[in-house]
Ligand binder design. Structure first.
Ligand code: MTE
Length: 326
């Protein structure tokens, strides 16, 4: 792979925990409720309690308090806000890693409509508020492993994809779910003026993958509204698959009986499969996938099967030959 009207839901300065406190709070949780960082947490909590739960920004702030525990928790250092928001793949905003941030203002995220269609009982057009309203927000700290062999650890905020999809009542014929990123032919984003990909960007999952508890819809990161370069206002996060499956700025969800066409698979079928599960044993035709560069680290680290989520997701692929490129 070569690889704003002012937003009403932006966080106010006083509602944002700065990253240092955020990291020290995590350190504090790791160390087991002791030491100076405990004080930082204690002084932070009342501020959270005051926040109203009605608006997305305060809901985001509250979600920062729901650290994952149990099987979803990962004990790896988080990448910084700057790393996560300055080194991106978002070809609609340019193919260079720094282009998406530079061109972020070209993406208008308000108003935002998501069209839901296909094999479901409750299709329709929903504005962003309708999509978000019923869902309590929570934080998920996930590894993101790009097919280009770099990775990050990102504290997303959002909600379960399964909970969203259930609201549209998919029929028994819905075997897959397809997603699309915005594409306005008359007013393309800077990167859409070139046909680097066949726009709109498209992705898809098998229904059981989409309904898996790890599949996530992100609306924020580090407790703040998702920056445009990371796929505002609504993006998919599927942590056991290569990053290109995690489609950004979603405007369409379609339930289908047949496997839907997906952008990178259409562009290079011998290099990018529909499934594209992270697999260190299956090389990309042009490079090995056995190791990865964690952004911010000096030495490469081993890539983990299913990006470290093997225990949770391996059962989805029973009977499939995982040594094959899909
Ligand atoms: N979604 C859209 N619409 N366009 C893109 O170019 N790039 C993908 C994925 N989602 C992409 C996209 C790739 S290749 C990766 S690795 C991740 O977004 C990167 O997400 P990040 O920039 O938030 O780290």
């Amino acid at each position: 792979m070569l690889i704003k009207r002012a937003q009403a839901h932006l966080l106010k300065e006083h509602q944002v925990t700065d990253e240092t406190l955020y990291r020290s709070r995590r350190q504090f949780i790791k160390q087991g409720l002791s030491g100076a960082s405990g004080l930082a947490l204690a002084s932070y909590l009342p501020a959270l309690a005051q926040a109203s739960i009605d608006s997305l920004d305060s809901r985001l702030a509250q979600a920062k308090n729901t650290f994952n525990r149990g099987p979803l928790a990962i004990e790896e250092d988080l990448n910084s806000w700057d790393e996560i928001t300055s080194y991106n793949n978002y070809y609609e905003l340019g193919t260079g890693k720094e282009d998406p941030k530079r061109n972020a203002a070209a993406l208008q995220t308000s108003p935002w409509t998501v069209t839901v269609e296909g094999e479901c009982a409750k299709p329709g057009q929903f504005n962003l508020e309708d999509i978000l309203r019923p869902h309590p927000l929570e934080e998920r700290i996930y590894r993101l492993r790009c097919v280009e062999a770099w990775s990050m650890v990102i504290p997303w905020v959002g909600f379960s994809l399964a909970d969203l999809l259930r609201r549209f009542e998919p029929t028994g014929r819905a075997k897959y779910v397809a997603f699309e990123t915005l594409y306005d032919k008359k007013n393309p984003l800077p990167g859409q003026r070139r046909r680097v990909l066949d726009w709109p960007y498209r992705e898809g999952l098998r229904m059981d993958e989409a309904m898996h508890p790890l599949s996530f819809m992100a609306v924020g990161l580090y407790g703040k509204t998702l920056p445009n370069q990371n796929g505002a206002p609504l993006r998919l996060v599927v942590p056991w698959k290569y990053g290109f499956k995690s489609i950004k700025s979603i405007v369409k969800i379609r339930f289908t009986e047949k496997q839907p066409p997906t952008s990178w698979n259409m562009s290079g079928p011998s290099e990018y499969g529909f499934y594209s599960n992270v697999n260190p044993r299956v090389s990309h035709p042009r490079w090995s996938q056995s190791r990865e560069r964690r952004i911010g680290e000096l030495f490469k680290r081993e890539t983990l099967m299913f990006n470290g989520y093997e225990e949770q997701v391996a059962s989805l692929y029973q009977g499939m030959n995982l040594r094959k490129h899909y």
